[in-house]
Design a protein around this ligand. Structure first.
Ligand code: COS
Length: 382
């Protein structure tokens, strides 16, 4: 067993860490406060190859693998979780097009996602009444000559106001013959398509620099060449993309929690009470010990899932385990960080409160903790 990183992985980690420390971290508080979409930062990430880390080089990606991607996500999330989720979804969109796309689809979109020509990519699966159960979606795509016409709406779409391309799921099968997950197909819709209406940016608890909008498809017409994968084969594409996406979110959670822990350690050293640093009290030491232990466990679970995916071995269960554990551990760690910071933890002048707001959604998006437990339990009980 070898837990050492390869040269490429170390290089990607270092590039992400340097950029995150030098450029992203100093802006994180204002990005949050001003709800500012970090367009310039994303361009910088694209220049470093971090918007398409695991996308093959033949379509403009870095081809640096899944472990490198997970490490880069950790570093970016440690500096700014809003930037990290935008990066995560764009990487996921690039990967799904690279993996399932026709040569034309790959050539048309992947280089633009990787280079930053598209500010971001969007993943449009969830609907108002279909989040954990995407088979319940109502958006339809109806055949009209050589085209498909999409009608319906999507909810909570990351980067929807900025994306160059949207991966969109819609019902193509007859609801009686192909109910639920079986009659769903996947389409690539480009920004500015006629009938595509981007709704109002959501007022969120955290990740306030990430753009989250509803989308309306009011008879959006796409050519048949815009279908990604097979007719009525879209649900599996969504599930496979989300398996990989969950490694991204577990890494994001690890990154946010690492920032919360580092800042707690620093605060425990600096803050004096009863004549000594609060870090000298066992009450705080035990908190820090538990935070560090669960952070490392979360990191290792994420690395295992990333390594399995990179080795092209089954990783769906392990990705769910990583996402479940890392997100829940990260919420606990960020909550403890606020506690360690005392009254200051509740104030905007310290980052602890931002970390807690940012991390909270990691147990919800790209599959709730409850959905991860369904995936894990099914794999255990068969
Ligand atoms: N990879 C490939 N195929 C998969 C898969 C995976 N990880 N998971 C399921 N499938 C396939 C199944 O094999 C099945 O195929 P067949 O119809 O050929 O038998 C099909 O997909 C339907 O699977 P299943 O019956 O398990 O679907 P369910 O409706 O029971 O849903 C869960 C299973 C709950 C796990 C799924 O709906 C899910 O992950 N939901 C959460 C969605 C989510 O993360 N939303 C957030 C959106 S982004 S913020």
């Amino acid at each position: 067993m070898n837990l050492e990183l390869t040269e490429t992985q170390q290089m990607v980690q270092k590039a992400a860490r340097d950029y995150a420390t030098r450029v992203i971290a100093p802006q994180a508080a204002s990005i949050d406060r001003e709800e500012r979409f970090p367009a310039e930062i994303l361009k910088g990430l694209a220049e470093l190859g971090l918007m398409a880390v695991n996308v093959p080089e033949d379509v403009g990606g870095s081809g640096a693998g899944v472990v490198s991607y997970a490490l880069a996500m950790q570093e970016v999330a440690r500096a700014c979780a809003s930037t990290a989720v935008t990066m995560a979804v764009t990487n996921m969109v690039g990967e799904v097009i690279a993996f399932f796309g026709t040569p034309e689809q790959r050539a048309r979109h992947c280089p633009k996602l990787a280079s930053g020509e598209y500010a971001a990519g969007s993943f449009a699966l969830s609907e108002t009444d279909a989040g954990s159960d995407p088979g319940g979606m109502r958006t339809t795509a109806v055949r009209d000559g050589d085209d498909w016409v999409l009608t319906g709406s999507k909810q909570w779409i990351t980067s929807g106001s900025h994306a160059g391309v949207f991966v969109v799921w819609a019902r193509t099968g007859d609801a009686k013959e192909l109910p639920g997950t079986r009659g769903v197909s996947c389409f690539l819709v480009e920004a500015g398509a006629n009938g595509l209406k981007v709704g109002k940016h959501e007022d969120k608890m955290g990740l306030r620099g990430s753009n989250t909008v509803p989308l309306e498809f009011d008879g959006v017409r796409v050519a048949s060449s815009a279908m990604l994968g097979a007719l009525n084969g879209g649900f599996k594409i969504a599930m496979m993309a989300l398996d990989g996406g969950r490694i991204g979110i577990s890494s994001q959670a690890v990154g946010i929690a690492r920032a919360a822990l580092d800042e707690s350690v620093q605060y425990a050293r600096d803050r004096k009470a009863f004549g000594k640093s609060i870090g000298e009290f066992q009450a705080i030491q035990w908190k820090l010990a538990d935070m560090k232990t669960s952070l490392d466990a979360a990191h290792l679970l994420s690395m295992r899932a990333a390594w399995l995916k990179e080795a092209k071995r089954p990783f769906s269960r392990e990705a769910s385990m990583a996402k479940l554990f890392a997100s829940e551990a990260a919420v606990r760690i960020c909550n403890e960080a606020v506690q360690i910071h005392g009254g200051y933890g509740y104030m905007r002048e310290f980052a602890a409160e931002r970390h807690l707001r940012d991390v909270r959604v990691t147990t919800i998006y790209e599959g709730t903790s409850e959905v991860q437990r369904i995936v894990i339990a099914r794999s255990v009980t068969g």
